[in-house]
Design a protein around this ligand. Structure first.
Ligand SMILES: Cc1cc2nc3c(=O)[nH]c(=O)nc-3n(C[C@H](O)[C@H](O)[C@H](O)COP(=O)(O)OP(=O)(O)OC[C@H]3O[C@@H](n4cnc5c(N)ncnc54)[C@H](O)[C@@H]3O)c2cc1C
Length: 376
């Protein structure tokens, strides 16, 4: 019998946690995670939308297939976590895209036509029908698109559960930052910056937007990732009140989304700014998010404003994640941009399979790191 490879995962955000979960629970590996603070990254800030339909973008159709598979995988992942006595906060019921202003109806029609061309199951609702589906909508709100495909998880709960599930199945955590990855005669060494070296057969880099800061990676990684700042709000309402569906609203061309959790938390997001790692919680962003939310869901004006958070989406030059082997057992699992909660299910499964079997699953090739080699 061949010995199982010794595997490390650098970064224990939702991507590292999902990869470690699949490696341990599905493939019987015992990965060692490295992270000085697993709950400090974007995975704890995000809204948790699993939205392949709403996030379908002109020119990014090859990502759509992966996002649809990721949404299906979340429902199996939820089952797998439950079987271990853990929760993901997965919530079905679907999502609405609402034209909140009179000038936004044309955008809804354009979007509907685009979804139809892509063959996505979306229903167009008249304004009154939309309000029947979601009574919390403003009386002035317009027509909407409804899809059952887009749902949500409570990303904070899911992230913690994936880590807990991985630990139950044999993974461990070393609370250290990795400064460098270096090739050794057999396998890889992780240097923690305090003089210690940790040796592994295979290493997965899943350090989110900071992945490129680790020394020893291919040169193109230095500039492959950039932070896209996002500010989100967490409101609190009495459980059972407030909206029940994920609502995306367009008002005067601006998008705001509202993600209600079962326990009464309502996530409102999000700004998207290219301003580096500026973590200021900006008054202007809070104002704009609330203003646009009250246009579509006026009842939320009575909610408790519980949290204002800033996170950094790990952006890439083509908006695609960076996934796959770069050299003899060194893998990248980074750059999930604005879809990282959704994609954690499928990228976790794929990376774990590639590490455990040595063969990359077919769908992963499109996102191979080698595509970045040719870029300036
Ligand atoms: C405002 C906002 C809203 C979002 N909403 C959604 C959404 O609704 N749906 C969706 O699918 N996605 C959403 N996203 C995107 C999603 O949050 C990210 O794509 C995802 O969280 C990335 O996960 P990650 O594990 O790669 O990174 P992170 O969660 O940032 O984790 C990276 C981890 O790596 C660790 N680390 C960094 N450097 C090192 C090192 N050198 N050594 C060891 N560890 C290291 C950090 O401590 C951190 O814990 C949103 C993002 C933002 C900012």
């Amino acid at each position: 019998m061949t010995a199982l490879p010794k595997v490390a995962v650098v970064g224990a955000g939702i991507e590292g946690a999902a990869a470690a979960f699949y490696m341990s629970a599905r493939h019987g590996l015992a990965p060692v995670l490295f992270d000085p603070d697993p709950f400090s990254g974007a995975s704890q800030v995000a809204a948790g939308m699993l939205a392949p339909v709403a996030e379908a973008v002109y020119g990014e159709e090859s990502l759509l297939e992966m996002m649809l598979e990721a949404a299906r995988e979340w429902s199996s992942l939820d089952d797998a976590l439950r079987a271990m006595g853990l929760e993901s906060g997965y919530r079905g019921g679907g999502s609405l895209l609402v034209a909140s202003g009179p000038n936004d109806v044309a955008e809804i029609e354009r979007t509907h036509a685009y979804y139809q061309r892509l063959g996505l199951a979306v229903r167009r609702l008249r304004a009154a029908e939309a309000r029947e589906v979601e009574p919390a909508l403003a009386p002035s709100s317009g027509p909407a698109l409804y899809t059952e495909i887009d749902n949500q998880v409570d990303n904070r709960v899911a992230h913690r559960s994936l880590l807990a599930g991985a630990f139950k199945a044999g993974a461990t955590l070393i609370e250290k930052r990795v400064a460098e990855v270096a090739r050794r005669s057999s396998g890889w060494a992780l240097l923690d910056g305090q003089g210690a070296e940790h040796h592994f057969d295979k290493v997965v880099i899943a350090a989110g937007v900071r992945s490129g800061e680790i020394a020893g990676l291919p040169g193109y990684m230095e500039k492959a990732l950039r932070p896209i700042r996002g500010q989100v709000l967490r409101l609190r309402v009495a459980p059972g009140t407030g909206p029940s569906l994920v609502i995306r609203s367009i008002w005067d061309g601006r998008l705001v989304y509202v993600v209600p959790r079962l326990g009464g938390e309502v996530v409102v997001g999000a700004s998207a700014e290219e301003v580096g790692f500026d973590a200021t919680r900006k008054a202007r962003s809070t104002y704009e998010l609330l203003r646009d939310t009250f246009k579509v869901l006026p009842g939320l004006g009575e909610a408790d404003l519980a949290e204002v958070n800033v996170g950094f989406r790990p952006g890439t030059s083509d908006n695609f994640p960076i996934l796959g082997e770069v050299r003899d057992g060194l893998y990248l699992d980074a750059g999930h941009f604005r879809h990282g909660i959704l994609l954690a299910s499928i990228t976790g499964r794929w990376i774990a399979e590639a590490v455990a079997t040595g063969k990359a699953p077919e769908g992963m090739a499109t996102f191979a790191p080698s595509r970045l080699e040719a870029r300036p």
